[in-house]
Design a protein around this ligand. Structure first.
Ligand SMILES: [Zn+2]
Length: 371
């Protein structure tokens, strides 16, 4: 079940407030999805993620298929139940991981053959198999197998990726059948004509939503936003739009303004583990010596459980002493930062003042970033 209800658009932008009814619950969009690649948002219990404002997480079919295997997940009642989350989960196909972790492997029109990064065993993912894996995981949103390309990509390579992705999209839709929970993935690298072709081909198929793949791979932000705006304007109003792997708070603000509804990124948790904290005026690195005697909270106005209780000096001490609590506390603050950003974005769209909100936040974020 995937039912999208567009509630309101904010003037002067394409920003959309909506609600999305899924198998495991209803979520409000635009939404940020925390990354739970292996079925866990690193260092959090599912209840903590929900308490901070998490509505839906992203897990990875490739990883879960290899370990622990889809059989035990199915036996337990599906991924959402297996991981103790009991709320919506989107599963990525794992295509991106196969390419980035194992090299290209062997890609043909039938699918991709690769070696497990865990034990070296050989596997083949076809578009059909990737749908079947996600059916077994019983996730709320399924992603098709696609063929992403890196940045920069040569034109012929981008064409090949687009054409294969379109062929696989049709096969995936056929396998998923009537109760499809599938999202298509628009490819085409940084070529506007290819992006247009990919979006037009995919929107002829009965997908429940559309992702824009192959962005946030190191290309200049202006290019990311131009492609996002262009593709988003071609996608149908009554379907979800998702930019995979986005992004920094600046990216999210720009992309919400382009009409994007869903985001996922490892940044809040990955940066949290390395000592980098998001604040309204940019990022700070808590290991910096300037925080040694700083008894103020990580962020003055923040009402997260970490800022209410701990000082920068104590957090820095935890990181310098390699205490496990340090990465955990910074991850909590960072997730709270992202979920608060999304809550404020939804409120601003609801009140018809997103354009102004976006401009103010972007201006604020230009504050000093201390490495
Ligand atoms: Zn905080």
């Amino acid at each position: 079940m995937i039912e999208y209800n567009l509630i309101k658009k904010s003037p002067q932008t394409e920003a959309r407030l909506g609600s999305l009814k899924l198998l495991h619950g209803i979520i409000q969009t635009p939404a940020f999805m925390s990354v739970a690649t292996l079925g866990t948002v690193k260092a959090f219990t599912p209840d903590e993620v929900a308490e901070l404002g998490g509505q839906i997480v992203v897990a990875n079919s490739y990883h879960l298929y290899l370990r622990p295997g889809t059989g035990i997940v199915k036996k337990s009642g599906g991924l959402s139940k297996f991981m103790g989350w009991n709320r919506p989960v989107l599963t990525d196909s794992g295509g991106f991981q196969i390419y980035s972790m194992t090299g290209l492997g062997k890609v043909t029109d039938e699918g991709v053959t690769f070696q497990s990064h865990i034990d070296g065993s050989r596997h083949t993912f076809t578009p059909q198999k990737v749908v079947e894996i996600q059916r077994e995981l019983d996730s709320d949103i399924w992603m098709v197998l696609d063929q992403p390309v890196g940045y920069p990509a040569e034109y012929p390579e981008a064409v090949r990726s687009l054409e294969r992705t379109s062929i696989w999209a049709e096969q995936s839709i056929h396998t998923a059948g009537a109760e499809s929970r599938l999202f298509g993935i628009v490819q085409g690298a940084t070529y506007e004509n290819l992006r247009e072709r990919s979006a037009k081909e995919l929107t002829t198929l009965p997908f429940r939503g559309f992702a824009i793949g192959g962005l946030c791979l190191g290309e200049p932000p202006e290019l990311t936003y131009r492609i996002t705006n262009q593709v988003s304007s071609i996608l149908p109003q009554d379907k979800l739009r998702y930019v995979m792997g986005a992004g920094y708070p600046e990216d999210i603000l720009e992309m919400v303004g382009a009409g994007i509804d869903l985001f996922d990124c490892v940044l809040p948790t990955r940066n949290g583990r390395t000592g980098s904290a998001f604040t309204r005026i940019g990022r700070i690195n808590i290991r910096n010596a300037r925080y040694k005697d700083d008894l103020t909270p990580l962020e003055d106005e923040c009402d997260c459980p970490v800022c209410k209780k701990y000082s920068r000096a104590f957090l820095r001490h935890l990181f310098m002493a390699k205490e496990i609590l340090g990465p955990r506390l910074l991850s909590i603050h960072n997730l709270h930062f992202y979920y608060t950003l999304m809550r404020e974005i939804r409120q601003a769209i609801g009140e018809g003042r997103f354009a102004e909100y976006k401009q103010n936040r972007l201006q604020e974020l230009k504050g000093e970033t201390v490495k």
